[in-house]
Design a protein around this ligand. Structure first.
Ligand SMILES: Cc1cc2nc3c(=O)[nH]c(=O)nc-3n(C[C@H](O)[C@H](O)[C@H](O)COP(=O)(O)OP(=O)(O)OC[C@H]3O[C@@H](n4cnc5c(N)ncnc54)[C@H](O)[C@@H]3O)c2cc1C
Length: 413
């Protein structure tokens, strides 16, 4: 071992940096309890501590930090949605992602490579035109491109898959990926540094509500009083909402993805096709990641299935025929809370001081920074809903003001 490296390693001037302080006893009460240590819960804790000076916070996680959907997603970041509400919200998240490594002083491996969504029908071309214009208007970078431009962008793509030739594409320059674990750990580290307590293996099993307000949570490690609580438990949202007596429009479905052996770089942009129910991307390690839509039946389960593998890969191979010989290394699943309009639920709930960060379906990783920031503003202000998330309140389902993003979500995430 080189002498200088040894000197550095053994020197007391450079002590080993501990990511998280060792676990502590739970206190009997906190100002804020955040349920769920995925990216969203951790981001909310971080923004509260850093920008609002609120540090008497416990983040309670039933399993391990960042081990839920944050660990299972395919890390697509984009803002090319259909509605003005959606584009504004996700465009702010993309902007925040671009600065996140600096904010943390920790590399989240943000990689801007653009996202190409394929159109196979005239109807899709029309809706892509609308998306491109809405996107441009509200701060995203999207444009329509033709077959020749697609060919230049992705030479290895088969433009005539079976019965569905590609006729145009929506090219979203802001499309990107980031290392999902690094995002969760970046938030966790920076929140813990500011005094936030993160308690793993601590499951919230019930909520104590008095006079229509939350006063405490019951966990497997005892009851903890709280000034307010935020639920950020994607995949399980409806379970705790039921305990709080909140009627939820959420249905929960498994969502699967898979990854091949590594290849030399051949695919820079993220490529997706709703008609083929499939998206494909190559990671910085060279592996090819495939994903698609949720499983067709509601279920709380993270089992992979042969059915999905066969149908998804058949379409992926139509897009990139040379991948027929690729070896698949892993297949996995997460659980996603789907809302009727494919938009999230953020904001107040019928229970006073109980805030909702839910309904993140297949699209929540990209919203981690902006959701954390706005949920922190909501909590710190004692319930004043920030403009950016006002359209996403639970009440929209009873006032018929849904934010329909189904067409812009489908197989793109
Ligand atoms: C295969 C797959 C691919 C995806 N791809 C993308 C993508 O490319 N782009 C994108 O934007 N989104 C994607 N998503 C969606 C995205 O992963 C989620 O929306 C996002 O991770 C939600 O983050 P979160 O922090 O809210 O939830 P999670 O990361 O799931 O964190 C919630 C945490 O709450 C904990 N918890 C649950 N119940 C309790 C309880 N009672 N008490 C204490 N803790 C509890 C869980 O253990 C978990 O750790 C994908 C999802 C999957 C499954």
């Amino acid at each position: 071992m080189p002498f200088n490296l040894l000197k550095y390693g053994l020197s007391s001037e450079y002590p080993v940096e501990v990511d998280l302080p060792p676990p502590r006893e739970l206190k009997s009460s906190y100002d804020v309890v955040i349920i769920g240590a995925g990216g969203h819960g951790l981001a909310t804790a971080y923004y509260l501590a850093r920008y609002h000076g609120i540090t008497n916070i416990a983040v309670l996680e039933k399993s391990y930090l960042g081990g839920g959907n944050t660990a299972r997603n395919t890390a697509v970041i984009r803002s090319n949605y259909l509605t003005s509400e959606g584009v504004r919200f996700y465009a702010e998240s993309v902007r925040m992602f671009q600065g996140l490594s600096n904010e943390f002083d920790f590399n989240i491996m943000y990689s801007e490579r653009g996202q190409l969504t394929l159109a196979h029908t005239d109807a899709t071309v029309r809706s892509f035109r609308q998306r491109a214009e809405v996107n441009k208007h509200f701060g995203g970078r999207s444009e329509m491109i033709d077959r020749q431009q697609i060919r230049e962008l992705v030479p290895s793509l088969n433009l005539d898959p079976g019965h569905l030739p590609v006729i145009a594409g929506l090219w979203h320059i802001d499309g990107a990926t980031a290392r999902h674990d690094a995002v969760a750990w970046g938030y966790a580290k920076q929140a813990a540094k500011r005094g936030v307590e993160i308690h793993q293996l601590t499951e919230v099993q019930d909520l104590i509500i008095e006079n229509d307000a939350i006063t405490a949570v019951k966990t497997n490690r005892g009851t903890i009083k709280c000034g307010c609580a935020v639920q950020a438990i994607a995949g399980h949202s409806s379970l705790l909402m039921a305990k709080a007596g909140i009627r939820s429009p959420i249905q929960t479905f498994p969502l699967q993805a898979m990854v091949t052996q590594p290849f030399k770089p051949f695919l820079d942009p993220l490529v997706s096709s709703s008609a083929l129910h499939c998206y494909v991307q190559q990671t910085s390690r060279g592996e090819v990641v495939f994903g698609g839509g949720s499983d067709p039946y509601p279920l709380f389960n993270t089992r992979s299935t042969l059915d999905l593998k066969e149908s998804l890969l058949a379409h992926a191979i139509e897009m990139f025929p040379f991948l027929a010989n690729a070896k698949l290394m892993r297949q996995w699943a997460g659980i996603t809370d789907m809302t009727p309009d494919y938009s999230p639920i953020m904001g107040l709930s019928p229970v006073k001081n109980y805030y909702l960060d839910a309904g993140w379906g297949t699209w929540g990783f990209k919203a981690t920074p902006v959701c954390g920031k706005t949920m922190a503003e909501l909590v710190a202000s004692g319930g004043k809903v920030p403009e950016l998330i006002k359209p996403f309140g639970l009440e929209r389902f009873s006032t018929f003001r849904q934010v329909n993003e189904m067409g812009a979500t489908a197989a793109s995430h």
